[in-house]
Ligand binder design. Structure first.
Ligand code: FES
Length: 210
């Protein structure tokens, strides 16, 4: 495995929300009673992460503390508690692999291994060109379509195999990857195709099964 890993990054000195995002900031704050504006900390962290290309710099946490009139340490506490917030760059494509039991039973370890081999990095690392980062996460709530990874905190790629995951990565490089099932399954339809209770009942010989 070639081992090309990017580790260094610098914290920007300042962070300001864009004009467009400031409108969203005000909207989030307006959802809470006066004096309770600190409740908007989570959506503001999310906005900062999106604006900053997938990670939240310290300057952004300070700015959020200033806007919400809350101690900086409280913003840090929230940002460091949840895995959905990234406090360092995670590459252009952040792939979060679910490694919890149902995904593991469906082959997530082999899928992840194929991914590591293809990219030349291990879990927790970023490729030297800053394109891909691999993380592992707990259940993503899509166990029925296991194994699964989440892309940049939004899209799910499902029904992964060691073969199709490599194709997904190559398609991401050209912007052609399509989220969802990679075996053509429609949403969470049974792996053997659509079924309905009428058909099952007929097969079982139930009288008047429709
Ligand atoms: S165990 Fe992987 S999505 Fe639930």
């Amino acid at each position: 495995m070639s081992h090309a890993v990017k580790t260094e990054f610098t914290q920007p000195k300042d962070f300001k929300f864009s004009k467009e995002n400031m409108v969203k900031v005000e909207l989030h704050i307006s959802k809470y009673p006066k004096g309770k504006q600190a409740s908007a900390v989570m959506p503001l962290l999310d906005l900062a992460q999106i604006q900053n290309g997938g990670w939240i710099p310290e300057a952004a946490m300070e700015e959020i503390g200033r806007i919400l009139e809350m101690p900086r340490i409280k913003v840090f506490e929230v940002a460091t508690f949840y895995t959905m917030y990234n406090l360092a760059p995670k590459g252009k494509h952040h792939l979060q692999f679910c490694t919890t039991t149902p995904c593991w039973l469906a082959g997530s370890a082999e899928v992840l291994q194929a991914c590591e081999k293809h990219l030349g990095i291990r879990l927790g690392e970023t490729t030297s060109d800053g394109e891909f980062h691999l993380s592992d996460v707990e259940c993503l709530g899509a166990c029925v379509n296991a194994p699964v990874f989440q892309h940049n905190g939004d899209d799910f790629y499902e029904d992964l195999t060691p073969e199709n995951v490599v194709k997904v990565i190559d398609a991401m490089k050209t912007g052609k990857a399509k989220p969802g099932s990679q075996t053509g399954r429609i949403t969470s339809m049974g792996v053997k195709g659509a079924t309905c209770l009428h058909e099952q009942a007929k097969k079982a010989g139930v009288k008047d099964a429709g």
